[in-house]
Write a protein that binds this ligand. Sequence first.
Ligand code: UNU
Ligand code: FES
Ligand code: FE
Length: 502
Amino acid sequence: MRANERSLIDVERNKQKRQIHWDEEIYALEQERIFSRCWLFLAHESLIPNPGDFFCTYMGEDSAIVTRDQNNQIRAFINSCTHRGARVCHAESGHTRAFVCPYHGWTFGIDGSLLSVPSERSVYGSVLDGQRGQLALQPVPRVETFAGFIFGNFDHNAPSLREYLGDVAWYMDAFTARAGVELLGPPVRSIINCNWKVHSENFVDGYHVGWTHQPALKVIGGPMSAIAGNARLPEEGGIVIAAGYGHGVGIIWEAAVGLHRGPDYYQFLSSKRPEVQALLGEPKARIYASHMATTIFPNCSFLHGTNVWKVWMPRGPHRTEVWTWAMAEKDMPDELKLKIQKDVMRGFGTAGTFESDDADNFQSVTEVNQGYVTRHALMDANLGIEKDGVDDTFPGRVSKHIVSEVGVRNCRWMADTWRDEENVGARVADIRCQAFGETYMLRPSTRRGTCRTWKLPRKLIWRSITRSASSITRKPDCSVPEITGHGSIPWSLRTFITGCPS
Ligand code: UNU
Ligand code: FES
Ligand code: FE
């Protein structure tokens, strides 16, 4: 396939070929060029609080183990034995002194080092002596954290996590900088029959919220119900931000508590807002009281206010595994954390109200492309194009309207990766630096109100929209119960959430 940027993305008219949601070849390129060199969310420090704790996840389709070693250092490895390649750790998470490979018993330390090889002297003699280092579990070369969120990157030359997060970090301060946050685990897991991009894009799509979730919004009531059916989409109701490297943020002002019932979350936020104001100033204090939907490209999204943290894991072009945690501020009372956990699972767990609405759309915009003619047609991402601009206070390319596809138009990352195809023969590292360099330079430096970005050609990648039923399939091998009990979640609630018989 010619993964030709021009043939897949019309940057002048903000159109994208629907093939990007269907074709195997594009998916293979995404694994190579996006998931093997972008920063990928792995875990949160709160999920592995003690030395010896580990959490298993995926980076693209690569199985990975995140650990806290004996020196309290966070590390990540490929979850595959350096002997014959078997999966070393089969648990989802837990606490251990070592990982013993089930195949032949090679044993690795919590820091990835090769600790022992059964019958080594008699079967290997001294052959392995010089290769101990090489035979450690393959490390993920870059592991960095922001606000306790652990990210990994396979690319030695990638910019720092902080630089990669860019303006998203500025927005995340609003709820992470005061007391810090934690993820309440274990996550619920499901598989949705859709392309992974549909998810990450949907979380910067405020347009669907009122329409797709109309019934749920009406049932729940509260400030967010004003947008039910998109009956009112007041211009001053929010802003949408393209935040560099493909990230996007959507804010609905003063609506943080929108999807929670009862007064306790509202009371908590109100009582802490002055602290946020004193620490970070008014713009971030206002964000703290607002609802904020964000995608950190390419594999995670969160909802501040609704307390949702999700990771998207590609499982082939037409399938995505989704893990959902509740996110809480560390100093919330336990009862509030439990309430948040219930609210999150009711709305965004496997069988959640919002989740079901969304999953129907996700599946639909993927599977409709099975049709040959459909697949070669276009999607449109022009919503809000006339309002793309800058703001003196809020960084990024800001659309001053409650809904906009500015975050979708911003996703030029994949355009860069596709362009690489035309540089075949150049060293991979050069290609990658070029892509990063260009993306980075095109990021607006808007904090001082200067922005050239919107004069540049608008690059765009994807877009999604609309619905059908029963598109969530429970992961067949449903989650094994936690043994070490990292999460504060009681077993009965976990059973309710996952639907796993105990
Ligand atoms: O963008 C979203 N996914 C979202 C925004 C969901 C609920 C409320 C607001
Ligand atoms: Fe792990 Fe052989 S594959 S010990
Ligand atoms: Fe939604």
